[in-house]
Design a binder for this molecule. Structure first.
Ligand SMILES: [Zn+2]
Ligand SMILES: [Zn+2]
Length: 184
């Protein structure tokens, strides 16, 4: 079944930047060595109001995820993944900022606080495609613990650390391909 990756934002002036950022990522992952072609689409307007309502009710990512699944089910939409860009001052961001300073992701919901760095957005987006983190939160050295020195799944996924494509380790490429296979 075709899966859709929706994204929405709370920072309208940066709408174009977000669109470019998504197009760039879908371009990279559709080429070898990953070769998965998925379109990232803006959340339809008719769903936006209800989605905002869900986020205003709770600051728990698991709770929001459950309610989103329910909402999309009721609307007969093929809910798969949602990336939300919200301000650092938002309720959700505040709940997770301490542990995850840039963003947080679960199986089908990713939250990024602000559009400061496209690498942070890509990191969380790749979680939605099946990638795992390449760092250990309990260790002081949180550089990538995989074989890819500029892996984007490291703790501090900044332009300086990630640099240019390709920026994913083999283990994550395989995880993503496997996840996509399971969806088909
Ligand atoms: Zn992560
Ligand atoms: Zn890695």
């Amino acid at each position: 079944m075709r899966k859709t990756f929706y994204y929405c934002y709370d920072l309208e002036e940066q709408e174009e930047m977000l669109r470019q950022c998504m197009n760039e990522l879908s371009g990279y992952i559709s080429l070898p060595p990953i070769e998965i072609s998925y379109k990232f689409t803006e959340l339809p307007r008719e769903l936006e109001k209800d989605v905002r309502e869900i986020f205003s009710q709770s600051d728990d990512i698991f709770c929001c995820e459950g309610k989103l699944c329910q909402l999309f089910l009721e609307r007969h939409e093929d809910f798969s993944r949602l990336l939300v860009i919200c301000p650092k001052t938002s309720r959700l961001a505040k709940a997770y900022l301490k542990k995850y300073p840039w963003g947080v992701a679960n199986i089908s919901l990713a939250i990024v606080y602000g559009l400061y760095d496209k690498y942070v957005i890509w990191h969380e987006m790749l979680h939605l495609l099946g990638a795992n983190d390449c760092y250990d939160l309990s260790e002081s050295d949180r550089g990538p613990n995989c074989e890819c020195p500029n892996c984007i799944m490291q703790y501090n996924a900044t332009r300086a650390n990630v640099r240019n494509w390709p920026f994913l380790c083999d283990a994550n490429i395989q995880r993503m391909q496997k996840r996509i296979q399971e969806w088909k």
